[in-house]
Write a protein that binds this ligand. Structure first.
Ligand code: FEO
Ligand code: CA
Ligand code: CA
Ligand code: CA
Length: 650
């Protein structure tokens, strides 16, 4: 056997200082170019963006949405994969003050009925965009306007429900009496992709736009629907057809589910598959992968003849980590054929509708167990009424999926410090996942404790469960977060794990600063992750993005020292921590940095700047608006390249 060690990989730049400016800071020798900010029109006909443009539903339906988040690239050909591709990108949520700044803010946000066209515009600012990007001979990138692939998916676009929930009683509505379709995808946070060339976009803080003013169902209460007024009060608008606005109100109003929208929110909370190559296809909600506040979805190492694995996490305090293992085994002939149009959703149906959903339990000894969420899974200690199996409690697999979190509680899953992004080392198959922080992690106690009053008080995607420390989440009142690493075991139900890296302020006590961070690499609230393989042996860079920003309170020492950042990390072998960790980029004031991939040739790293406070001002074309303080901050993509055209990071 070849026992040679992987060639040492070293980072080819010096860690940059923390920064608090209105710009993106990168190391010497690198450039950062702003691309496709919110409001960039996808076609050259019709109105184009200006700082003073008052947006309409029609404009926003054909322009980049707000608050860029997860994204991925889809080549149109193999030879130009690094210079000409389709970008699929999420628009996580909206900033109403920037959206409506020309008229001074949103209308009737707090009380009364929202105007229908304001609501339609806000709905169209959510969702996903597919847009073609191309690089010219000088190394500058641009959007290819009017390309036939350019397309917006919004919170109103009709989509297909696929997998166990499809056609079940849980999802029948007045608009979809057979429970096979739903309108829109919402609060799309992180992302993923499949080996057959489709994009995975994940629905995270969607419960906030739905209300039920009557008695909540168990799943509505568990996931945190609102009981009075929606996050943007979309349900208050009138004048639409086919329940256009009424659907956001899940309070039963008719005699049966076929006459109202009591089930509307059950069409949300999924991993959603989009074929960027086929603009006329419908997005498919892959319900087999569970229903909760999905952060993102990441494919495990792909091996011919083996089942496919997809990892996901529920970003709320003391929620869980999941994996889905396909029943079908991977066949290389299903691999993506770049640029070609064929029925990729049929391939998706064959891998993502049938399989087993598992939830993770992290043991105190570095070993872990994947607990199957199936009707015949035996509940340790029995169910709340003495039931023996999950099927006894929830009925069929559709019932388990609708109530994924409750099923995971019963099986004894480990409550985590808010799972955010994952990524897989394509060499070893090791999985990394960031746990961003957790203010509801206590030092003592034995059992998770539900405090229902917190559900409405902390409705903004943060969970309501308090839990004591455990081995994988060992720091109480965890304000810095950590990155886990695990490796699958011999069976589908076993794995080994470690806390790979602890976030911390440099000057924190040793009990907190467990990874020896210094001023040069201190960080908090890890979020975006991407593993960039560079050698046959799997040695590569783990890129880490942070979400520790000012809108989250800025109370820790890292937030006082720097804006959110991108770090580059060279992991050692399992159990050996990291060999290098350096600060690579720092974002503008008030932003978080999220979304990440590099081109296959590793010469361009793409990131997103989300919710900046006053950026990208230099790109504004409206001096009067700037002078009047009416500049609308715009989330945007940033492409980082080396001035000499070399590979990023090394
Ligand atoms: Fe939308 Fe969990 O970040
Ligand atoms: Ca995130
Ligand atoms: Ca976050
Ligand atoms: Ca965010």
């Amino acid at each position: 056997a070849n026992t040679a060690k992987a060639p040492a990989l070293t980072l080819g730049f010096e860690s940059i200082a923390g920064a608090m400016t209105d710009g993106v800071v990168v190391p010497p020798g690198y450039t950062a170019q702003v691309l496709v900010p919110w409001g960039s029109a996808l076609s050259s006909s019709g109105p184009q963006w200006s700082q003073t443009l008052e947006l309409t539903p029609e404009f926003q339906a054909n322009a980049m949405g707000m608050h860029h988040d997860g994204m991925y690239h889809f080549p149109l050909s193999t030879d130009k994969a690094s210079s000409d591709f389709l970008l699929a990108i999420n628009h996580e949520y909206i900033d109403q003050s920037a959206l409506w700044s020309p008229k001074g803010g949103p209308t009737h946000q707090e009380e009364g009925a929202r105007p229908a066209d304001e609501v339609r515009t806000e709905i169209n600012a959510h969702g996903v965009c597919v847009v073609r990007l191309s690089k010219n001979a000088e190394g500058h990138w641009h959007m290819v306007k009017d390309d036939a692939h350019n397309k917006r998916y919004t919170s109103a676009t009709p989509m297909v429900l696929a997998g166990p929930v499809r056609g079940s009683e849980y999802v029948k509505t007045a608009w979809s009496p057979d429970g096979t379709r739903v309108r829109g995808t919402n609060n799309n946070c992180a992302s993923g992709y499949t080996p057959w060339g489709t994009y995975l976009t994940c629905e995270e803080n969607w419960p906030e736009v739905f209300i039920n003013t009557g008695e909540m169902t168990d799943d509505q209460r568990r996931l945190g629907l609102r009981d009075d007024r929606g996050r943007y009060a979309w349900e208050t608008a009138t004048g639409g057809a086919q329940g256009e606005f009424e659907r956001f109100n899940n309070t039963p109003s008719g005699d049966s589910a076929l006459q109202d929208y009591r089930n509307e929110a059950r069409g949300f909370g999924y991993v959603v598959e989009i074929d960027p190559y086929a603009p006329n296809s419908s997005a498919h909600k892959r319900t087999a992968l569970g229903r909760f506040r999905h952060e993102g979805c990441w494919p495990g190492k792909v091996v011919e003849g083996e089942p496919l694995t997809f990892y996901t996490g529920h970003d709320a305090r003391n929620e869980y980590i999941y994996k889905f293992v396909s029943k079908k085994r991977w066949r290389a002939q299903d691999a993506n054929r770049p640029g070609e149009r064929y029925d990729r959703h049929a391939i998706g149906d064959s891998y993502m509708n049938e399989g087993t959903l598992y939830v993770a339990r992290f043991g105190s000894d570095g070993r872990g167990e994947w607990l199957a969420l199936t009707p015949d899974s035996t509940i340790p200690g029995g169910g709340p009424k003495g039931e023996r199996t999950l099927g006894d409690v929830f009925g069929d697999q559709a019932g388990i999926i609708i109530n994924t979190c409750d099923a995971s509680d019963l099986m004894g899953a480990t409550p985590m410090d808010r799972p955010e992004w994952g990524t897989v080392d394509p060499g070893t198959g090791d999985v990394f996942m960031s746990l961003t922080n957790n203010s509801k992690r206590t030092a003592h106690g034995t059992e998770p404790e539900y405090t229902e009053s917190d559900a409405s008080a902390e409705a903004l995607g943060v969970g309501y469960k308090t839990a004591p420390v455990n081995a994988a989440n060992p720091r109480p009142d965890n304000e810095y977060g950590q990155v886990l690493r695990w490796r699958e075991g011999a069976s589908a139900s076993s794995f080994t794990w470690e806390v790979f890296l602890f976030g911390s302020a440099a000057d924190a006590s040793p009990a907190v600063n467990r990874s020896g961070l210094t001023e040069a690499n201190q960080f908090a609230s890890p979020d975006g992750l991407w593993f960039d393989q560079r050698t046959d042996e799997g040695a590569g860079i783990l890129w880490i993005e942070t979400d520790n920003g000012i809108d989250k309170g800025r109370t820790n020492a890292v937030a006082e020292a720097t804006n959110d950042q991108v770090l580059a990390c060279i992991p050692g072998a399992l159990g050996e921590g990291y060999t290098e960790l350096k600060r690579f980029a720092v974002g503008p004031n008030a932003c978080e940095i999220t979304g990440i991939f590099a081109t296959p040739d590793r010469t361009a790293l793409f990131i997103n700047i989300q919710h900046p406070g006053n950026w990208p001002v230099p790109g504004s074309n409206d001096a009067t608006a700037i002078a009047n303080g009416q500049v609308r901050p715009r989330a945007a993509t940033v492409v980082i390249q080396k001035s000499d055209g070399g590979k990023i990071g090394v």
